[in-house]
Ligand binder design. Structure first.
Ligand code: ZN
Length: 475
């Protein structure tokens, strides 16, 4: 018995688009085809004139854990994700997200704490991607158990005080690879950035814009090259997070052309905003764009769209950081090295990429589905997610391509108090969102529930039945 049929829409998959109904039984897609039979009692959702997309999978967020004075932050950002058409997100539990000191000293303690503190909180499905840092006693020794416990990806940093040395980065890459996982790496050259930062401070250049000036594209490109070389030596796949510029992209493109398992994501802000934002005279404006890597030139921005269109980049994720102008990004600001890095984006992924990419003709709608849903699900071990296939979870977004709206903080639901996209006109609008067949957003209203989202135990290849293997990164 079919519980629900979405009728009359244009189903979009990474491989093509077609008119079809989508039937849902017990939360999974059970039929796709024209004029599906409707039994008495089957709920009907009319998607005439709408695109039927798989729910987006955002693999890069820094959502906050609930804390006593702010108990709703994890929940509220999960609601924001739903409004944006994201039905699955992965969160990092790095220091600053509310994780305890004990939880940041051990990967396994960090996983257990994350699960306990997010239990019953999320409105959409979610998972953890761990963070390997120099604050941990022996992260490499914990990796096999972490991967076996359902977290096959983790991020390491080449900058910040908790960065890994090249030696430890190599060991982490090797250990991840040997146990079927994949390391995500934040690539920036710490020596260059530290030197330029010290020089700026010595000249009294403490303003927000100097954050960007001390993080040049060559520092990112060099670190990207080095991470790829270390991965080669470790015989490991490597995943470059938040790639922001043409020079770093060239490193990834070269590696891919050689057939190496090198993957990269970029973020909506690098695709739409530029370093012009640092020219604003008002520090309160500039501080909103203090992100690492910083916003780049328009030529870089255009190169990233080419990378998405032609395969140099594998996916788009948000790097959502729910910073607030009233708290973390207050002005007058501290000297730039002390300013919190990051900006919100969990709610604006699909609206921004659809409008700036598909509507403006840079990528096809099928490629967008691949970049926002299908590839992230496949690469991060989520076989039930990211595609409209029989047997997949019925995570569906009904998207109106003819609508238009203006993005405004006042209309968003995230726990930040600003959006980098304030005032941006976008084509298209999310209309209805289903999570495993249950409505979460309908007619502009949240109709889901706190705790309906499940923690997703992501599986490594060996743990899946034969014939249903998920390749974490080697395809
Ligand atoms: Zn990040």
């Amino acid at each position: 018995m079919t519980d629900l049929v979405v009728i009359g829409g244009t189903v979009v998959t990474a491989a093509g688009s077609f008119q079809a109904d989508v039937g849902v039984t017990e939360g999974r897609i059970s039929a796709i085809g024209p004029d599906l039979p409707r039994e008495a009692g089957t709920e009907i959702i009319d998607a005439t004139g709408l695109l039927v997309l798989p729910g987006c999978v955002d693999v890069h967020t820094h959502t906050r854990l609930p804390i006593v004075p702010e108990p709703d932050r994890f929940y509220q950002d999960s609601v924001a994700a739903a409004f944006g058409g994201t039905t699955t997100f992965l969160a990092f539990n790095n220091p600053g997200t509310g994780i305890s000191e004990g939880g940041s000293r051990s990967l396994l303690a960090g996983l257990r704490e994350f699960q306990a503190r997010t239990e019953g909180e999320s409105a959409v499905d979610f998972g953890l991607s761990a963070v390997i840092s120099s604050l941990q006693d022996d992260p490499v020794a914990e990796l096999p158990k972490l991967i076996a416990d359902g977290v096959p990806t983790a991020k390491a940093f080449m900058v910040y005080d908790y960065r890994l040395t090249d030696e430890r980065l190599f060991a982490a890459l090797q250990a991840m690879s040997r146990h079927g996982g994949m390391l995500q790496v934040h690539c920036e050259n710490a020596t260059v950035i530290d030197a330029l930062t010290a020089e700026a401070l010595a000249h009294g250049n403490v303003g927000c814009r100097h954050h960007a000036l001390s993080r040049p594209t060559y520092a990112e490109a060099e670190a990207t090259h080095r991470a790829i070389a270390l991965a080669r030596a470790a015989d490991a796949p490597v995943y470059i997070v938040h790639l922001s510029c043409a020079d770093a992209l060239a490193e990834v493109v070269t590696a891919k052309a050689r057939g190496w398992p090198v993957y990269a994501e970029t973020c909506p802000h690098y695709l739409t905003l530029t370093d012009e934002r640092y020219a604003a005279s008002d520090e309160a404006e500039v501080i909103k764009s203090v992100v690492s890597p910083p916003l780049r030139s328009d030529a870089d921005r255009q190169a990233l769209w080419m990378g998405l269109a032609h395969g140099g980049l594998d996916l788009v994720a948000t790097d959502h950081v729910p910073d607030r102008l009233a708290v973390e990004k207050r002005v007058p600001a501290a000297p730039f090295p002390e300013i919190s890095n990051g900006a919100p984006g969990i709610e604006t992924l699909l609206p921004v990429v659809y409008s700036e990419g598909v509507a403006k003709g840079g990528i096809t709608v099928e490629r967008m589905v691949d970049l926002l849903a299908t590839t992230p699900a496949r690469m991060f071990g989520l076989p039930m997610k990211g595609a409209i296939h029989i047997g997949s979870d019925a995570d569906l977004v009904l998207f109106n391509p003819s609508a238009s709206r203006t993005l405004r903080q006042a209309d968003l639901h995230h726990t930040s108090d600003f959006t980098p996209y304030e005032g941006m006109s976008v084509s298209g609008a999310v209309q209805t969102v289903l999570l495993r067949g249950q409505p979460v957003v309908q007619a502009g209203l949240f109709v889901g529930s706190r705790g309906a989202g499940r923690f997703l135990d992501r599986s490594v290849a060996e743990r899946l039945p034969p014939g249903d293997k998920v390749h974490i990164a080697h395809e």
